[in-house]
Structures are given as structure tokens and as C-alpha cells.
Design a protein around this ligand. Sequence first.
Ligand SMILES: Nc1ncnc2c1ncn2[C@@H]1O[C@H](COP(=O)(O)OP(=O)(O)OP(=O)(O)O)[C@@H](O)[C@H]1O
Ligand SMILES: [Mg+2]
Length: 603
Amino acid sequence: MLKTLFRQIGDYRVASLMTPVLTALEVVTDVLIPYVTARLIDRGIVAGDMEQVYRYGLLMMGLALLSLCFGVLAARQGARAATGFASNLRQAMYRNIQTFAFSNIDKFSTSGLVTRMTTDVNNLQSAYQQILRVTVRAPFRLLLSVLMCLVIDARLSLIFVVAILILGFSLYHIISRVSRLFAQVFVQYDNLNQSVQENVQAIRVVKAFVREDFENKKFSRAAEGLYRLYVKAEGLMALNHPVMNLVMYGCIMALSWWGAHYIVGGTLTTGELASLFTYVMSILMSLMMLSMIFVMLTQSAASGRRVAEIIDEEADIVNPENPLMQVSDGRLSFHNVRFDYPVVRKNDVKPSDEKVHHRRSALYNVTFDIRSGETIGVIGGTGSGKSTLVNLVSRLYDTTQGDVLVGGHNVKEYDLTTLRNAVSVVLQQNTLFSGTVLDNLRWGKADATLDDCRRACRLAQADDFIMQMAEGYESRIEQGGTNVSGGQKQRLCIARALLKNPKILVLDDSTSACDTATDAHIQRAFREELPGMTKIIIAQRISSVRSCDRILVMSGGQVTGFDTHENLLKSNQLYQEICAIQNADRGDFDARGKEVTDEAAKL
Ligand SMILES: Nc1ncnc2c1ncn2[C@@H]1O[C@H](COP(=O)(O)OP(=O)(O)OP(=O)(O)O)[C@@H](O)[C@H]1O
Ligand SMILES: [Mg+2]
């Protein structure tokens, strides 16, 4: 984990090195000041020599100024190093997430990824800044101060040894308890973050189900739990202060007692005693700081692990060594394909063997061939494996067993970009991005002209409604496409996929929110204007697939029939049942819907 994180320091190595060096210089100049003060008192004030007072006074000022300069420079370099480090971490995570296959994303939840990129990186940023500054400053200051005490009076330094032992012992006990509490705090934070992200993202659903009260209560519980943990942790931390004060005043009293004796005895000067007082404070403060660093390191270790996990995650799907850079045509074959979804490991809990054993394949024994330019319908109950099937074509997942061939070659032989440009998939859960309509369309093809876009939109039956929007193709789409209707969003997504001019076009339930008339128009446009393109249309309605060249019937992860509408009606029981149910339902459709369905059937 540390190696992964340190690699991200990158160009900020110099700043990261300069910070401790400058901090060390700051500490050296700072620690010398009380020593000079002692001289000023003894040789100047006590001796009544004004010249010495000026000399040491100037020296003190010089040292103070130097310390200030080093301090400012160290702080600036530290901030630069830490923010640079955080920015590198974010970029590394982002870059790696972009290479993730669907199976990688399944492993981390989306909100988990967001928390890692924000809260966790922020934790690491402040931890890194502290490490650069404080981990050098505290021990160094401690060491130098002890050294100076030994130089001034070795006998009195024994007092410090006792004090350090007492303080160290009690701090250790407090801090170890606090860090255990903080470990819990972080788990709670995660839950809270997840709940915020999930519910704010899905606020419409929460409202529609009138679950505000429930969600509020759930959130309050999480927030209160966090509050209680924090109060406990901070309560323990607050004990630090009285302990610290006790030890400090004890030290000062002991120092005054022995010190006074030594001064009377003539073995110690007043100035030396005064500077010893300053060093006491310095030593004890350093100890305190060291203990805080310990708390912080344990806190950020969890964040570090979570960030490193993302950077180190290897994409499950990568480019082959000598990839094919061209897809010749839109042929598609499945040879004895089986596919199992990987079992998701949440919070590193290993799946029990029993679960793995009982896992059912999402697809098995799938074999079929599709000719280039054919229009294929796919129909089957929910969960029968339709989406899984088409996700294998553009290699969003890799098969567990068997081969998928596009244009006569295994999909694993192609360059990923080439393959995904040739196989355009309109996913079942699709999304639009914030930006104009044109921006969204050009996602499919960056250099598409307005005419290209309009042609694709006409085919997808989207041109009409776009032209009716206030600013036509320049109208804004909100994040996630919340300001267009479900059917409009689907049509925009289809147009976006068409712009790629793919060899194979896959529509995964992409017209489910469109009325039957629009659906039929889209089908007709495809057939007339895109004859060379292989089209795979997943649908729930028989009316959407009955005019296809052939129809694939899926059930429980298997293909149970692959033929024309007429033949399936004769031979496939499942297909007959679906038809029977949907025909019976048709009585409920409005007259226009029925007309269009019939029209679609004729086409
Ligand atoms: N990301 C996933 N992780 C684990 N299991 C999954 C995942 N996606 C789907 N499944 C499972 O795989 C099986 C097939 O799902 P698939 O999405 O292919 O069905 P579908 O035919 O497209 O259904 P629908 O008509 O509802 O879209 C289901 O049992 C489902 O629970
Ligand atoms: Mg599906």
C-alpha cells in the first residue's frame, strides 16, 4: 500500500524533501533562542552590561527572523507537496477507474468510488502535510531540547527523564483507546456517506415512495451514532490536557526547587534556569505532538488502504498483444458460451464455499450464428440473461467459457476501442450527461457534423421533439437527463449509438419507454435506411420483434428457440405463451396502439 501511495508523489518529490529540511532548520534556529536568552540574562542583565544586552538581543532577533522565514517556506512547500500528492492520487484513481471492466465496477459500489476519491483523498492530503511538517519537527525539537538541557545542566535533566516516562505512559494509554474509537468513526462515516449519496441521487424515488420519514430516521440514527463515538473519542482526548498540565507544573516545581538550590550553591545561573523552563515546555509539547501524529496516522491508514485498492486494481479486460484493428463485417457467433457473474466481495468478506457452489450461471450452453445485416429480436422473461448476452458482444464482460465471435474473429483478438466502435450498445440503464443535446450526441462520434447528428436523430425518431425544444440541438440536458422524458432519453441514446455507424447495433430494451407507434417507426427506419447493419433488438413486446428476420428466445440463461416469428409460433412453447398473453392484453391498448402494432406486423 505504501509503495503505491509513495509512487504518486511524482513531481512533488523535491517539495516533499524541502519541507522536512526547512522544518529542521526552523527547529534548530528556534531551539537556539532560549540558549541565547540565558546568555542575555547572565552576561547582560545580571552583569549590568548594556553592550552584551544589545549583542545578544540582536542575535535573538536574527534567529527569530530566520526561524520565521524557514517556517513560512516549509509551510508553503508542505502545502504544495500535499496538494500535489492529492491531485496525483485523484488522477491515478480516475485513470484506473476508466480502464475498469464492468466486473471491476461490480466489486466497488459507485458511491464507494466517489467516497474514496473525495473524503479518503482529503484525509491523505492532510495526513501527508502533517507528516512532512510535524513528524520532523516534533522528534527533532524533542531531541534538540533534551540536548540543550544536557548542555546547560545534566543533573537537572534527570527531572525530564522522569517526566517523559510519566507522560509517555499516560499518552500511550489514552491514544491507543482513542485510535480504536476513530477506527469505528471511519466505518460510520462510510455508511453515512453512502446513505447521503444513495438517497440524494435517488431523491425522486424516495419521494415517490413517501420514504422521507424512514430515510430521515435512518440518517438520524447514523448521525447520532457518529456523534456519540466522536464525543467519546474527544472526551478521552481532552484528558491529554490535564495530564500534560500536571506533568508540566510538576516539572516546573521540581526545576524551581533544585534550580534554586543550585543557584544558591553557585553551580547554576539565573539565565540558565530561565532557559530550562522554556525547554521544559518545548519537550512536553513535542511529546504531545508526537502522540497526535500517531492518532492521525492510524486514522489515515484506513484511507490509504482504500485509495491504494483502487490504484492497484487491475482491469479484468485488457487489450491483447497484437490486436486486430478492423472489424470486417457484422457477423456474430456464440460458441457454447457460459457466463457466471463473479461473486461480489463486500468489505473483504470472502464468499462461503457453499454460496459459490450454488451459484447458477447467468448464461450457459449458448450457441448461435447471426449473418451480417440480419435484424435479430431477443425476447425472454426478466432475468433470463438477455442483457448478459449482449454485454459479452462488446466485451463489457468476458465469457467464463466458450467463444464470442464478431466478424469471424474472437472478440478477445480485437483492439478494445475498435471492437466497441464496431459494436454499439444502447445499454438498458443508459444515461445522458449534462451539456447540450449536440454534446451528448457527439459522445458517439466527436467530429460528427450537425447534419450527421440530425440524420441519426431522424432515424431514432428524436429529431421532431428536439426541434420542438426551446433551443433545438443547443438545448441543455441536465445531469442524468432528468429534464427529458424516459422515451425521449431512450431515443437520444439510440441516436448517439447510431452516430458511431457501427457494424452491429444492440438495443437493450431501448424502446420500452416509447409508445408502440414510435417503436414501429424506429424499426421501419432501421430496416429501410440501415440495411447493412446487424441489429439486435431486445424487447419485452412481441410487437417490437415480430418483424425481425429471426427471433432468439431466452429462458433461464439458455436459448430455447431461434427462428422466424411464424416458425416460433408453431414450434416454441414459451414464445406461444408470450404471444398469447400479449394478444389477450391487446384489448386494453388504445385503438391507435393496436392499429400501429398491426401496421408494424405488416411491415
Ligand atoms: N452485475 C451483476 N452481478 C451479478 N449478477 C447479475 C448482474 N447483472 C445481472 N445479474 C444476474 O444475471 C441474471 C441475468 O440477468 P440479465 O440482466 O441478463 O437479465 P435480462 O434478461 O436482461 O433481464 P431484464 O429483462 O429484466 O432486463 C439475473 O439472474 C441477474 O440477477
Ligand atoms: Mg436486461
